[in-house]
Design a protein around this ligand. Sequence first.
Ligand code: MN
Ligand code: MN
Length: 298
Amino acid sequence: MSSVDLTEEQYEKHREAGEILAEVRDEAADRVDVGVAHLEVAEWAEERIRELGGEPAFPVNISVDHEAAHATPGVDDDATFGEEMINLDIGVHVDGWLADTAITVDLSGHDELAEASVEALEAAIDVVEAGVHTGEIGAEIESVIDGYGFNPVVNLTGHGLGHWEQHTEPNIPNRGVDTGTELEVGDVVAIEPFATDGTGKVSEGASEEIFALEHERSVRNRQARQALEQITEEFRTLPFATRWLDVDRAEMTLRRLKQQGVVHGYPVLQEEEGRLVSQKEHTVIVTEDGCEVTTRPR
Ligand code: MN
Ligand code: MN
């Protein structure tokens, strides 16, 4: 896969999304503290993205302790932060051109676990250039996390970012495997190491708050029709949260749309109960001899 066909204007939109995101990520992280509500941080970040001229590319993910991905506050969610390990994963798009980033805020006193994914990401970014095998990036991640005595989460990966598409080829593994894929100049990819004191394999939990369009088809129910109209116009193929729908009885409406195969859900992905997961992510544009990180503060 290669994104080398993008125009300079399209790369500029990727960069603009990254610049907004860098600011919102760091400000959102500063707001996370014991007693603060998840919903307050998520809604603050999503609103700040819009103020700065972007749109959220997906609901702000707030994963706590053993959760790794796809958790976001529900409608009227009243959960607050405790002395926990919190991962914020945030995305921005400008006209469908994306940036994706994550940071761990550790309130649990496990600095080393948080540090492991930060250092793994830096080591990964150091080897990115045109021609690098994606498996070599994974090997760097695995080696750093191993060095800390933790496991990388191997069934979550980095990914390409497409137009209105959050996950495209190529996958960037979090361990050294032979993928047979090389990065090319102009590829836009998100690299996201996860480190854990658990097994290194996440599985699906019961909770589901994030959805995306699967098949557009006509629906009879009025709320379902309204919701589908909002989804196709505002989110298109990007993920959205139950709480983003401007319809009455959003939860019931989404269950209906899911039953009819119109949308699919993203269950929370988690380690075993009692384990902890840290995550760090940046979006990069691959160059001849390195890369440009779009989600670093300027
Ligand atoms: Mn992400
Ligand atoms: Mn990502």
